[in-house]
Design a protein around this ligand. Structure first.
Ligand code: ADP
Length: 707
């Protein structure tokens, strides 16, 4: 730093003055300084913004104060510690452009300006003829006699300087200096005030803008929003007025929150709608419009300050439509399942039709031959009637299953739904060589819900297990005929029902396990899977207060577990016991009839006996083969799908025993006999159910006489 004097000099540049002259000048300067201070104070009071204030101050300092040049520079917190001129008045003769303006700590060129900022003290520079410091040189060069740098301190830190430049001799004596220091303090205070007011205006503007944003957000919101205090509505947005059907041109303001609650639930607390301080969250409520029309809504609420008042803001979303869509989704998933089950159902129905047709044919024949005793006719028509009711039952079941579930929630025995589902899927699973084993708890399993929906869940699980097993069977290391599904209905812990469906299919795999309950997630080809089954099932079980979980099992396969709460009411039907068939023999050609349907065998047997055949009966493939070994038949008529050794296997074994034995396969599943037809084409006849007994007899006669 150069060596300027910091005390005011009584000498002008090189010229001594008389005492009187000096006093006059001093008085004049002090007067001017006072006038400057007064005008500056007025400017401070009138100032509307910071820049305007600074411009005014500089102008007053030159025009009233008589200085040649005045400027204000603001400190910049940049790498160069620069000072930016922000206001100026008068002529600096290029001074500011020629000197380096900086306030850096070890700034040499900053001179008195830098020092004033660094020390927060005024700095006075008088040009002295003997002094040759660069700063004084610069001042002198630009035609000034003295300069004064006054720090501007706002809130305890120097934000800039006020620079004064005099081109008249002997300026800045003590009084003038003190007045200018006071002026600088006033200017700094004015700057602080302007900034404070600016901040206030900005905050007010921001508040206004954010209120505007909030208002337009609330107004544009598709959800109904109401604000209430003590249960009286003090604000409602357009969506709320529309949702609750406020009269034209009116709002909900002034109504009570209880006016929006469902009349049937007056006693039920509606914490989200009424009280304050309730934890926030989403709840489903039954509400009503002002005209009384009820609807279901999702409601969430929060405590807020509204226009200075403690209030509660309630957001209401009408979910009636979503509920309907969910119900439709359940329905579409059910219909999709039915579509997939169509083949199996056709088989279910073809069985009783077949029996009816055969029983009717047999009875007609006996009547024609005058042999139909009243007793015989009664038995046959009883058989027909029983089969007709069985068909009606199947059709009823499908009808109930496909029907839209509008019925009330009831208490029912879960074992029945599981049994019905397994029965409905059984033939379809058997057609794919998949054995299904059902193990049910002996104790009743009362649960609350809709029986058909639980049935739908089990059918979905069985259908998925079937697909997974079919895919697994296509794998190279898969042993043939190894498809297995086990359904267990048990009571794992008191008060809890557990239903598990376990398969030995492909398994789900870790990548899919997290996603299988998502709607529309499917790994199946287009047209084979909708991806709805599990998400709908999950929804059904959750609505029953239970859980649906999935996991993979070893060595291969998947297990789905349904856990449901048991209810105390009991409503249990016991399963009808399986019919026990009795074999029967008769003379002439020996025919072995194999079918797991005793009635089908009865009808065929009666008819064939009438033609003089000796008939043996077997109710499974294995039993038929044993019977054939001990008492060989001339012809075998067999069903395909049977427990304990199916028809396909029986045909192969019989063909090995006797290459020419005539075999008639009666099946409801066309396509299921492709393998046998490939393996055993010789002396093999395939008949499709339903089949008339006359056709069957003709076929038998033809085979017996041609082979
Ligand atoms: P979809 O059967 O129409 O694909 P789901 O929602 O019923 O729809 O099933 C979703 C997916 O879950 C299936 O695509 C399949 O990848 C997987 N999945 C379901 N059940 C099983 C199972 N038993 N074994 C293996 N994967 C399964």
């Amino acid at each position: 730093m150069e060596n300027e004097s910091t005390t005011p000099s009584r000498q002008t540049a090189g010229r001594p003055v008389s005492e009187l002259e000096a006093r006059e000048r001093e008085l004049l300067r002090v007067n001017r300084a006072l006038a400057t201070l007064t005008r500056a104070t007025e400017a401070l009071i009138r100032a509307s913004d910071e820049q305007h204030l600074l411009n005014e101050i500089c102008r007053i300092l030159v025009e009233v104060g008589g200085y040649a040049f005045a400027w204000v520079g603001y400190v910049q917190h940049d790498d160069d510690c620069s000072i930016w001129p922000v206001a100026r008045f008068g002529s600096d003769n290029g001074f500011l452009g020629d000197v380096r303006l900086s306030w850096g700590k070890d700034e040499k060129d900053g001179g008195p300006i830098g020092r004033a900022i660094a020390t927060a003290q005024p700095q006075l520079t008088h040009v002295d003829a003997q002094d040759v410091s660069p700063w004084r040189e610069a001042v002198r060069k630009h035609g000034f006699f003295a300069t004064m740098a006054l720090p501007l301190e706002v809130d305890g830190s120097v934000i800039g300087i006020l620079g004064l430049y005099a081109n008249a001799p002997a300026p800045f004596d003590t009084d003038e200096q003190l007045l200018m220091e006071k002026l600088a303090r006033n200017v700094a205070w004015g700057i602080g005030m302007q900034r404070m007011q600016f901040e206030r205006r900005r905050a007010a503007q921001e508040l206004k803008e954010s209120e505007g944003r909030y208002r337009s957000l609330v107004e544009l919101s598709p959800d109904a929003i109401v604000v209430h205090t003590q249960g009286i509505i003090i604000f409602s947005n357009t969506a709320a007025d529309r949702l609750f059907r406020a009269s034209a041109g009116k709002t909900l303001v002034g109504k009570r929150m209880t006016d929006l609650m469902h009349a049937k639930d007056p006693s039920r607390p509606h914490p989200h709608l009424e009280a304050e301080g309730i934890p926030e969250g989403l709840v489903e409520e039954r509400l009503r419009r002002l005209d009384g029309d009820p609807f279901i809504a999702e409601v969430t609420a929060a405590s807020i300050i509204f226009h200075g008042v403690h209030a509660r803001q309630v957001v209401i979303r009408d979910i009636t439509e979503r509920k309907q869509v969910q119900a439709q989704l359940v329905q579409s998933a059910k219909l999709a399942t039915l579509g997939e089950m169509a083949a199996g159902m056709a088989h279910e129905l073809s069985q009783p039709i077949n029996i009816i047709r055969m029983a009717a044919d047999g009875t007609l024949l006996m009547i024609n031959r005058g042999k139909a005793s009243a007793e015989y006719q009664e038995k046959q028509f009883g058989l027909i009637a029983a089969q007709a009711s069985r068909m009606a039952e199947i059709i009823d079941h499908i009808r109930i299953f496909s029907r839209k579930d509008t019925g009330a929630v009831t208490v029912f025995d879960a074992r029945d739904s599981v049994r019905l589902a397994v029965e409905l899927m059984e033939s379809q699973l058997q057609a794919d060589d998949i054995a299904v084993v059902l193990r049910r708890s002996q104790a009743p399993c009362p649960v609350r819900g809709r029986p058909v929906q639980l049935e739908q869940v089990i059918i979905n699980l069985l259908a998925n297990a079937q697909d997974a097993i079919k895919s697994a069977l296509e794998l190279p290391d898969s042993p043939p005929g190894s498809g297995r599904i086990r359904v267990d209905v048990a009571l794992p812990t008191p008060g809890t029902l557990g239903i598990t469906v376990t398969d030995n299919g492909t398994g789900i795999g870790p990548q899919s396990l997290d996603r299988i309950f998502e709607p529309f997630f499917t790994t199946k080809d287009v047209g084979n899977g909708t991806g709805l089954g599990l998400s709908v099932s999950f929804g059904i079980i959750s609505a029953m207060g239970g859980r649906l979980e999935a996991r993979d099992i070893l060595p291969r396969g998947a297990r789905f577990t349904i856990t449901l709460p048991l209810v105390s009411e009991t409503a249990c039907d016991s399963l009808p016991s399986d019919p026990v068939p009795t074999p029967q023999m008769s003379p002439r050609h020996h025919i072995l009839l194999v079918d797991d349907e005793p009635q089908a065998i009865d009808a065929m047997s009666d008819y064939l006996c009438e033609f003089g055949y000796r008939v043996s009966r077997a109710y499974s493939g294995n039993a038929a083969f044993r019977l054939f070994e001990s008492d060989p038949a001339d012809i075998v008529v067999t069903d395909i799908r049977m427990p304990d050794g199916d028809g396909e296997e029986l045909v192969r074994r019989l063909r090995q025993r006797s290459p020419v034995l005539p075999i008639v396969v009666v099946t409801g599943h066309m396509g299921a006999t492709e393998h046998i037809e490939d393996d055993v084409s010789n002396a093999l006849t395939i008949l499709k159910k339903p089949i008339s007994l006359a056709t069957m007899t003709k076929t038998i006669e033809h085979l017996l006489h041609t082979v």
